[in-house]
Design a protein around this ligand. Sequence first.
Ligand SMILES: Nc1nc2c(ncn2[C@@H]2O[C@H](COP(=O)(O)OP(=O)(O)OP(=O)(O)O)[C@@H](O)[C@H]2O)c(=O)[nH]1
Ligand SMILES: [Mg+2]
Ligand SMILES: [Zn+2]
Length: 312
Amino acid sequence: MKGRVIKSTGSWYHCQLEDGQMVNARAIGKFRLKGLKVTNPFAVGDYVELEIEPGHETAIIKELYDRENYIIRKSPRHPAKNHIIASNLDQMIIMATVESPRTSTGFIDRLLVVGEMHHIPCIIVFNKKDVYTEKGFEKLEYFQAGYAVAGYQSLVISSLDEADISEIKALLKDKTTLFAGHSGVGKSTLINQLIPGVEISTNEISSTHSKGMHTTTFAEMHEMEKGTFIVDTPGIKELEVINLEPEEVCHYFPEMKARITDCKFNNCLHENEPKCAIKYAVLDDEIAEFRFDNYLNILQNVKDKNYWQRGE
Ligand SMILES: Nc1nc2c(ncn2[C@@H]2O[C@H](COP(=O)(O)OP(=O)(O)OP(=O)(O)O)[C@@H](O)[C@H]2O)c(=O)[nH]1
Ligand SMILES: [Mg+2]
Ligand SMILES: [Zn+2]
């Protein structure tokens, strides 16, 4: 019997069967993970083959169906291992806030790179527009212009605004969407508005730090309508882009990727090389400066990390 992992709590997996029924399932024995060094053998979004235990309300996971894609990050608890956040995703909503708390574009761009690496389309949703100052709106305009040039759709919403909720609802229809972003940006609040009655707990952000306090602690999938799923995730504080070579980084910035063949050197990393088409595009305002800065930052991280991994 086929099921989909909706939620995982330690060794138990809450699965939804094709007829909509729920069953608690667990795996017996070790699962071969095809070379993946991960802390969790199954993730939210996985399709699994289940065998209902006789006389029980529970099931055994017999098989993991191939994942169409998945989002992976370094495990916060076991740095040598990775953690699969969720799988089989149609899109990712990157929730950000310009103020209270502030999300840096550096963080947004790391998530965008992860989305590009896994071929998962991303939409940026700036939440809490009801509390932005005039200065906040100015910054927002600058960011939105930069993302538009890069080819990303971005929206400005408030989780308290009915019209905004309807707009988001339309974007989600018949898809599995991952909601990602810092703690306190309002992911769970928005999902509560999208699915009346789900009542996910949300929390005030601490007034001293203006940061969230991690109200959601594990990823969980919610069904908005039949066939429409939303994955709520715990706030991510920092995100290290993993499994990347320095020369690959620019491939995951679409507005750069489109221009790299115009650079003089085919191994150009767009730092200080002569006749670099990317640099010219930044000077001509065809690539937003903040995007280019974030690129250089990620590039440096990737270089540093690969350096240490090689043990030089
Ligand atoms: N003013 C305003 N407050 C909002 C909005 N959306 C959410 N909030 C508030 O922001 C706080 C944090 O919201 P949550 O939904 O818990 O945030 P989260 O992103 O799920 O946080 P984690 O679960 O910790 O990752 C709550 O106090 C919400 O009421 C909004 O559009 N406007
Ligand atoms: Mg939450
Ligand atoms: Zn270049």
